[in-house]
Design a protein around this ligand. Structure first.
Ligand code: AMP
Length: 410
């Protein structure tokens, strides 16, 4: 268990809070979805109410890949929205390091907050730690950047779950350099660790996992890790066709990864009857909202592709989900962006909501499945929807998260 902001005294302290305020913006620079800002509020409000002096930091987009378009990635719209939501001024500083920033932070009073400009305006933020860094100067640049950030604060808070799988300067080097000072998690990370970590490691049974999405290759690690823990694993999405094709079934033009047929067969042997595959599919010759589609219970014709789980699969999968005590879901059951291929995903979202009502702990592992929950209008009927897409997957895979490991134990 990690120390949280509830375990430390923050009054009068300068607190460096790493958030994930990487919100989507439209071409005019307006925020199209402020959920990441909303998700940061409980921690920010609590620290302000307790008299902390807050220095918030985040990345936004990938300005490092578009240096000539850097202005597009300013955190100005985020500062404005955050200030509206908090009912309090949140000045955006012109940079995240440097003498002007230090001077401004030194003038903060208890219960005041500033937001540093986009961390990724400095390439040092994202220099890779793990890979052999070919240029030691870059490594030194990363350390120097992190040292400047640490000089802004007495306490470090990590509440950026979506970035916790990255070894960025603000995520890992900063807390490493702050050894001896309090380094804790915020409420959002605490919640993610509770559900993706503790609940999944120690589930109430039956524990059912539902995995879908495009590629088996993206999810082999998750399948293996969850297979070791769960009672049943339900496979949907395009992923299912790699398993079915590996078994010798005709899957027409469905998306498959032939190089993974051996792995798929091996996983099925290891899992036995615990791994379930669709028994029917909704098929069509194109991914089009209008146009003929049909249900196929056997081999898929050569000119068609499987785009969603079929009604029989929906019925059996839904029953398994509804009677579970713990459910983890990652990846849509079909091409949920295009009706009518969204029906399997919507039905599973409904089954998750039903399971929650029956007392199950239901967890959605971020990304497209979280979007599907929204589309189905059922997001508020799920125990936990992770804010991390890639991070949630890696966490479920059981990969070590250095950015969390480095923080203080409770
Ligand atoms: P992932 O990011 O791996 O969770 O994959 C999500 C994507 O998988 C979504 O964009 C879906 O449209 C896509 N997908 C799910 N099922 C299928 C399918 N049967 N054929 C093609 N794409 C699919």
């Amino acid at each position: 268990m990690k120390k949280t902001i509830d375990d430390i005294n923050v009054r009068g302290k300068r607190i460096l809070v790493r958030l994930d305020l990487n919100v989507p913006l439209d071409d005019a620079g307006r925020i199209t979805d402020d959920r990441r800002i909303q998700a940061a509020l409980p921690t920010v409000k609590r620290l302000l109410a307790d008299g902390g002096r807050l220095v918030l930091m985040s990345h936004l987009g990938r300005p490092d890949e578009e240096p000539e378009q850097k202005h597009k990635y300013t955190l100005a719209p985020v500062a404005k929205r955050l200030s509206e939501l908090l009912g309090k001024a949140v000045p955006l500083l012109p940079d995240c390091v440097g003498p002007d920033v230090m001077a401004r932070v030194a003038r903060l009073h208890d219960g005041e907050v500033v937001l540093l400009e986009n961390l990724r305006f400095h390439e040092a933020e994202t220099i890779k730690d793990k890979k052999a860094v070919p240029n030691p100067k870059l490594r030194e640049q990363k350390d120097a950047f992190a040292r400047e950030l640490t000089s802004l604060a007495d306490v470090y808070v990590n509440d950026a779950f979506g970035t916790c799988h990255r070894d960025n300067a603000s995520m890992l080097t900063v807390p490493k350099l702050m050894a001896g000072k309090p380094r804790v998690v915020g409420y959002l990370v605490q919640r993610e660790l509770k559900f993706l970590g503790e609940t999944v490691s120690n589930p109430k049974r039956p524990f059912v996992c539902m995995l879908g999405g495009a590629k088996v290759s993206d999810k082999i690690g998750v399948i293996r890790s969850l297979l070791a823990k769960c009672d049943t694993i339900l496979i949907g999405g395009a992923m299912a066709y790699t398993f079915l094709a590996a078994d010798g079934m005709g899957v027409g033009k469905s998306m498959v990864e032939p190089e993974l047929y051996d792995t798929a067969r091996q996983l099925r042997t290891e899992a036995g009857p615990r791994l379930r595959l669709p028994v029917d599919s909704v098929v069509a010759s194109e991914i089009k909202a209008v146009g003929p589609s049909a249900v196929c219970t056997d081999s898929i014709p050569a000119d068609k592709m499987g785009l969603d789980i079929g009604p029989l699969t929906i019925k059996t999968y839904a029953e398994v989900v509804r009677t579970a005590k713990t459910v983890v879901w990652n990846g849509p059951m079909g091409v949920f962006e295009v009706a009518p291929f969204d029906q399997g995903t919507i039905a599973m979202a409904q089954a998750m909501a039903d399971a929650t009502v029956r007392g199950a702990i239901t967890i959605v592992g971020g990304g497209d499945s979280a979007a599907a929950m929204d589309k189905a209008g059922l997001a508020d009927r799920i125990t936990h929807i992770s804010t991390g897409g890639g991070a949630a997957l890696e966490f479920l895979e059981g990969k070590p998260f250095a950015a969390i490991d480095v923080l203080d134990e409770a």
